[in-house]
Write a protein that binds this ligand. Structure first.
Ligand code: A3P
Length: 336
């Protein structure tokens, strides 16, 4: 399998050799234990062979539908904040007070979806031929990937000081979020994909960039081995204690907050309520994925799975979760 990482690898030949499954009526290919669409796999190969990390790069990583967009907005705001916000706490004359308020006009997030600023490497960068030149990006460069840890280029996961921030979410809400998301890609005349089929696929580990538990566990174990390199966050923790979690995130990114009001501002800037009501996210289009930006902002509720799961489904996924995470020290409950 190792020689498939080689630039000369011809993807159609590779695809023929890979296990294939249907996911939302589209083919997924299993490569090195994880499931990909063909074009993601091709981009992943290009990413692996062509990406040259810088020592201060920051990579966000996530399974699908676990809070990627939120994490992109948060990390972008944290890294951006140092550049443009006056953190002085001194009283200011009223005439200048307006300038201190970071309003929609000043906030890049009000102009573009967070994915415009933090690109997903296998979706927005290495799908282009040739991939864009990334060397001119402002440092520290901020990227995102859905690739499992084991599929990252060695230059990132073994031999550099780049930081990785991972976000996980409880599997039930992840699946429900995924179900809503992929239904948006169906034609108007098509009924929603049957939820019980989606559930069975997920339980078998078949989902884009899955198996879910293997993905989460790879990053979890790396975060235990190298806590200064990999920060492991959970969606539920961010919802429960945004202040504490965002402070932790900022310190990890070496941009610690000195004042509570700075944290409050980032929380507000990146809140679901604010982002989903911005014009760009209500009516804009994601040119890379070909959907409305608004599909990335839905309910954001911990426990939304209760609207979709039967008692049997809940029990089955609880058992799988318990079995998969046993002995890992990781808990992915709603109430983490
Ligand atoms: P729901 O479908 O449960 O509402 P991703 O960004 O990885 O695709 O994840 C999407 C999920 O994150 C969706 O969950 C979405 O509503 C939620 N989300 C998006 N932006 C958010 C934000 N700023 N704060 C909290 N949740 C957010």
């Amino acid at each position: 399998m190792d020689n498939c990482y080689d630039d000369s690898c011809k993807l159609p030949d590779l695809l023929e050799q890979l296990p294939q499954e249907s996911f939302w009526d589209k083919p997924l290919y299993q490569w090195d234990g994880f499931w990909y669409r063909a074009y993601h796999l091709e981009a992943a190969m290009a990413f692996r062979s062509q990406f040259r990390p810088l020592q201060d790069d920051v990579f966000l990583a996530s399974p699908m539908k676990t809070g990627t967009t939120w994490l992109k907005a948060l990390c972008f705001s944290i890294l951006q904040r140092q550049l443009d916000v006056d953190d002085d706490d001194d009283p200011i004359p009223e005439s200048q007070a307006k300038k201190k308020i970071v309003d929609d006009e000043e906030d890049p997030l009000a102009k573009n979806h967070p994915a415009f600023y933090v690109k997903t490497l296998e979706v927005q960068v290495f799908t282009e031929k040739p991939p864009p030149d990334l060397s001119g990006m402002k440092s520290p460069r901020l990227f995102h990937t859905h690739l499992p840890y084991s599929a990252l280029p060695d230059s990132i996961n073994k031999s550099s000081n780049c930081k990785i921030v991972y976000i996980a979410r409880n599997p039930k809400d992840t699946l429900v979020s995924m179900w809503h998301f992929f239904n948006k890609f169906r034609k108007p005349e098509q009924a929603p994909f049957p939820f019980d089929k989606a559930f069975e696929c997920f339980c078998q580990g078949i989902c884009l960039f899955g198996p879910f538990f293997d993905h989460v566990l790879q990053y979890w174990r790396e975060s235990l081995k190298a806590p200064n390199k990999v920060l492991f966050l959970k969606y539920e923790d961010l919802k429960r204690d945004p202040k504490g979690e965002i402070k932790k995130l900022a310190s990890f990114l070496e941009r610690p907050f000195t004042k509570d009001k700075q944290v409050d501002e980032v929380i507000w800037r990146c809140s679901l309520d604010r982002l989903k009501n911005l014009e760009v996210n209500k009516n804009g289009v994601d040119p890379w994925v070909g959907v409305q930006n608004n599909v990335y902002f839905r309910a954001g509720i911990v426990g939304d799975w209760k609207n979709m799961f039967t008692a049997e489904m809940s029990e089955k996924l609880d058992q799988i979760t318990q079995h998969k995470l046993e002995g890992s020290g990781l808990h992915l409950d709603e109430d983490t």
